[in-house]
Design a protein around this ligand. Structure first.
Ligand code: NAD
Length: 347
């Protein structure tokens, strides 16, 4: 315990944000794009998802250095109708493409009641909840999808092909805390395994198989093998669905072709994202908010299982992590800070 404690370094958020933004600027991003990217990494740390935070900075920089993330993309936004937009992200860093995409989806739904945005030629965009939150803050219901590099073996196969392809749904709740369900189709997200590998930690049992098909708690072996989907063939089916709507529908890579950003530097990833936004009032008018409050209330009042004090709705935990962590410094494992410092020196 003490060893783990001693290996963590506290850093002030503002200072850290400045440092990460500077590193992105030095790797060719514009001021605006560097700010979007650095804020996304810091936000992941603040909500308690370090799997999608600073531990990934080196990967983004390695790809920017080789220009397989395009530092100066010419993003093309094609309006198909008042509600539908198709975006070619020109291999921008995923955060930027997705930020433009969700803003379009918000604007489309605000005008017409419904927004659909498909994005191709993008990259890894971090947490889907970043984008869902933006839509919910504008009082919209939202779905966010992205595909990802091979990690899950389709049911019946022993070879990884689907990504951990998260499914994200958000809705306003009439309260401060939005409902945001943001879950990968794998039992745990791949970032947690990557971070465990980096920090020399074991992963829980029952979530991955090594390349020979044996259960493993070794992070490196799990990354070489396959991750298990949630609920067997149902999770495999959900990962497949996300691959179809994010990849096939948008014109992005799919069917195992999204490149692994950590180890495949032969070209851009061409990840696809799909955002759907809906005005909650479209069917029942203003009653939506009173109904959703009732709905959540009826779940929260249920008798609790043993040792459970409160029934939470999705998003509550991350919201409370964020509020708590806003007042604190960010804890960074020593080896990740060393990596950041090196990136700050080497261009
Ligand atoms: N960009 C990518 O390629 C990619 C790929 C996979 C995952 N991800 C991201 O990784 C993140 C984490 O995924 P995960 O599957 O590990 O998430 P998780 O297991 O931490 O949480 C899944 C969902 O369950 C909810 N939840 C957690 N505890 C709860 C409780 N006690 N009661 C009620 N609800 C609860 C959370 O709010 C969340 O919505 C997601 O934000 C996802 O978008 C990104």
């Amino acid at each position: 315990m003490w060893l783990i404690f001693l290996n963590l370094i506290n850093m002030n958020k503002k200072k850290l944000n400045k440092l990460i933004k500077k590193i992105f600027l030095n790797h060719g991003l514009s001021n605006k794009h560097a700010l979007i990217a650095s804020k996304s990494l810091i936000k992941a740390e603040l909500v308690g998802a370090p799997s999608h935070g600073l531990a990934r900075l080196k990967m983004y920089c390695d790809r920017l250095k080789r220009k397989i993330i395009n530092p100066k993309p010419e993003i093309k936004i094609k309006k198909i109708s008042q509600s539908i937009t198709h975006i070619d992200a020109d291999n921008s860093i995923g955060f930027v493409a997705a930020d433009i995409g969700i803003k379009n989806a918000i604007s489309n739904a605000t005008k017409t009641g419904f927004g659909l945005v498909g994005i191709k030629n993008s990259g890894h965009y971090g947490l889907s909840s970043f984008y869902a939150e933006q839509a919910v803050k504008k009082n919209l219901i939202v779905f966010c999808f992205t595909n990802a590099p091979p990690a899950i073996a389709p049911f019946g196969s022993k070879k990884a092909l689907f990504g951990t392809n998260p499914i994200c749904f958000g809705t306003p709740t009439g309260k401060k805390i939005p409902f945001i369900l943001d879950a990968s189709a794998s039992i745990i997200n791949r970032g947690k395994i990557r971070r465990a590998e980096k920090l020399n930690q074991k992963i829980p049992s029952g979530i991955a198989l090594d390349k020979y098909g044996n259960p493993t708690t070794n992070a490196k072996k799990a990354l070489e093998g396959v991750q298990l989907p949630i609920a067997g063939f149902k999770g495999s089916g959900l990962a497949w669905m996300v691959d179809i709507i994010s990849g096939v529908l948008t014109g992005a890579n799919h069917g195992g072709k999204v490149k692994d950003p950590f180890k495949d530097f032969t070209g851009p990833q061409n990840v696809g994202h799909l955002f759907i936004t809906i005005k909650p009032s479209i069917f029942i008018g203003k009653k939506y908010l009173s109904q959703i409050k009732k709905n959540i209330g009826s779940v929260k009042r249920l008798p609790k299982s043993n040792r459970i004090k409160h029934i939470l709705y999705p998003g509550e935990k991350k919201y409370s992590n964020y509020q708590k962590n806003l007042k604190r410094c960010i804890e960074i494992p020593k080896n990740i800070l060393e990596e950041i410092n090196k990136l700050n020196v080497i261009k």
